[in-house]
Design a protein. Structure first.
Length: 272
């Protein structure tokens, strides 16, 4: 599997990295480790530092509660509903749509949380943020686990499907070559759905509503993240790596995660 940025695959992970990946999967309740965490694993000490700082707020439910507020506050552009007969005519039966919905539910869950948490981590790296975090009551019950299909490499896709994935990945971004979001590689198992997704998103991107919604989501997440802070006993990070870790986080929080949070919510609403 080829990743769009340097990353440790889950199959390659060993020792502490493998243990941290397993913990991330368990805490998120999703069967894959998001690219941002696998990218951080390539920087010495970055994954244990960032995950160690944020994990208590995930386990406590703080991040999930704030993520629910973020989702509710998003100004998501409306798209026409996709009727069931359109999905059926495209060959997307109930089993296929169950797989599609599971993928989007997983990323909807993890992206909102990651945008807030990693934005807070960036603030702490810059010496900002509030006082030390204090656990907030009884941790919530874990969410139901979501199993996802394997990530498909672009080279393993039919050429037209790979082109479609690249086109979809530009939706909502103002960057010439944005980081390839993993969700599209999961959804590439259903090329017919990718075609429907393109028809849904392309008008919103062309008239600027999608990029504006992403910018609004980024601003809202930054405001919320300012109230979060790192726990005091997170593993230490080499001061010489602070700028590198911040750049790695910025690569995702500045575009990919916010973009996919909005895109996913548009698509989930459209297909019902």
């Amino acid at each position: 599997m080829s990743d769009p940025v340097a990353a440790i695959t889950e199959a390659e992970a060993r020792g502490e990295t493998a243990a941290l990946f397993a913990d991330i999967r368990a805490v998120y309740g999703v069967s894959v480790v998001n690219l941002v965490w696998r990218h951080l694993a390539t920087i010495p000490g970055a994954l244990p530092h960032v995950w160690g700082a944020l994990r208590p707020m995930y386990v406590d439910g703080t991040i999930a509660r704030d993520a629910a507020v973020l989702r509710a506050g998003l100004d998501v552009p409306a798209a026409p509903a996709v009727p069931g007969f359109v999905l059926a005519a495209a060959g997307l039966d109930d089993a296929a749509m169950a797989g599609v919905r599971a993928v989007m539910a997983a990323y909807d869950r993890t992206n909102a949380m990651a945008l807030l948490a990693l934005s807070a981590a960036r603030a702490r790296l810059a010496g900002q943020g509030g006082p030390a975090w204090v656990p907030d009551g009884v941790p919530p019950a874990p969410e139901a686990a979501i199993a996802l299909p394997p990530l498909l490499d672009l080279a393993a896709m039919a050429p037209a499907t790979a082109d479609l994935v690249r086109a979809l990945n530009r939706m909502g971004s103002d960057r010439a070559d944005p980081v390839l979001a993993s969700m599209w590689r999961n959804l590439a198992h259903w090329p017919a759905f990718l075609s429907i997704a393109w028809g849904t998103l392309a008008p919103l991107h062309a008239d600027g509503r999608l990029p504006r919604a992403v910018a609004t989501g980024l601003a809202l997440a930054a405001t919320q993240a300012a109230t979060l802070s790192r726990v005091p006993d997170a593993p230490a990070l080499d001061p010489g790596l602070v700028a590198q870790v911040d750049a790695a986080l910025a690569l995702f929080t500045g575009d990919a995660i916010a973009r996919m949070l909005v895109v996913t919510r548009v698509l989930r609403t459209a297909i019902g």
